[in-house]
Design a protein around this ligand. Structure first.
Ligand code: AMP
Length: 173
């Protein structure tokens, strides 16, 4: 199945800046068979894990988090860039190649002990996903796994986040 999905991922060299090989998922989600295969595969991995909440990372994490939450029959909560969430939030900073970024979550998004699956489209250095893990931990959620469509294995992101929970990626490059 991963070979089927892989053929729909488009590589864009030097985007958004020189030296980055951008993994474009728009070509995967515009194909109905491929989009279905991705969601079905994620569903099969997590259907028996008693997931209470999916915590999806802005913005491409939402694309996979929302249909998966619907299918699993669990709640969907949003992790967003600063200043976007309207109610009380907590926030985590993380390092980017140049400078810093932040991720926020509503303080009432997850309650103590809830089984939470963190999801994003792609794992690169793991900075974003680690911030997501820290937010869920601060709300005392139980992280079931971190899940990605794509993992760029050479960047060792999974090393950074495997201490929080198992790291699951459908496609490795
Ligand atoms: P990182 O924090 O380094 O693991 O970066 C992960 C975040 O940046 C994810 O939300 C991805 O959507 C995005 N990202 C990083 N590198 C790439 C890449 N080569 N292609 C597409 N998206 C990327």
């Amino acid at each position: 199945m991963s070979d089927f999905i892989k053929q729909f991922i488009r590589d864009i060299p030097d985007f958004p800046k020189k030296g980055i090989l951008f993994k474009d998922i728009t070509t995967a989600i515009k194909n109905p068979d491929c989009f279905k295969a991705i969601i079905d595969e994620l569903y099969n991995l997590f259907k028996d894990k008693k997931v209470d909440k999916i915590a999806a990372i802005e913005s491409r994490g939402y694309i996979f988090g929302a249909p998966l939450a619907y299918k699993l029959g669990c709640g969907l909560v949003l992790m967003r860039k600063p200043g976007k969430l309207p109610a009380q939030t907590i926030s985590e900073s993380y390092d980017l190649e140049y400078g810093q970024a932040q991720l926020e979550i509503h303080t009432d998004a997850i309650t103590k002990g809830e089984n939470t699956l963190i999801i994003d489209d792609l794992l690169a250095t793991g900075g974003t996903a680690e911030a997501a893990c820290k937010l869920v931990k601060r709300l005392e959620g139980n992280i079931v796994a971190t899940a990605f469509l794509i993992e760029l294995a050479d960047l060792n992101g999974s090393k950074k986040i495997k201490k929080y929970a198992p790291v699951i990626s459908l496609l490795k490059y």
